[in-house]
Design a protein around this ligand. Sequence first.
Ligand code: PGA
Length: 254
Amino acid sequence: MHKLIIANWKMNPDSVGRAVRLARAEDKKGVVIAPPFPFLPAVYKVLRKSRLGAQDAFWIPKGAHTGEVSAHQLKHLRVQYVIVGHSERRALGETERMVNKKVKAALAEGITVILCVGEPWSVRKRGLSVAKRFVARQLRADLRGIENWKLKIGNLIIAYEPVWAIGSGKADKPAETAEMAKYIKEFSIFNFLRPRRESSTKSGQFSIRVLYGGSVTPGNAALFFREKGIDGALVGGASLSPKQFGEIVASAKV
Ligand code: PGA
């Protein structure tokens, strides 16, 4: 399966002109570009090969909710992917209940969800199995109630982003990420995608993709992509440099 690379620009750049230039430079197949809300229409216009993503989505379609942007509105802006539950948002007070509503609203609009999960260092330092339990609890809360949704293959993507690896320059070990990815797939299929289990295992492939995020650079991307169970990357800092991002994308294709 081809790797999927998400450019999470976060709150960058600072003008629509720069956003358009960056989008043109990073417009490649297999890439999703997630700019800040105000730049979505301009970026959409220049993309030829990449898909458009957003960094958050509110669950109520429209109404008196100052400052929010709904999944429904994003749909009108041709957004096809949305990042939900990023740890930088959770750190500001976004709860698992809110994440759960956002996941459901986006899926209901037909937008593919990139759900971010991952443990803090205080958990990981106690070992990978403790981290797995943390992530399992997060998934259970974030995905509560979607068991019976007829999820199309690919509509739900999990981004495993250990909090301590984000923006720190200290990426996870690819072999440990691969082990976590396998765990997330098995856990999700068993708990949430059970109706699909048979058909997905028959083909030898899981119906849910797991990406890695956290200090992905041109220097380490290939090591993650070499792992079969890691289906791509969520790239923050390095996605602001077309050169670095281009190298990351190129390393996914070899
Ligand atoms: P980073 O961010 O690549 O700058 O570590 C990743 C993310 O937060 O998605």
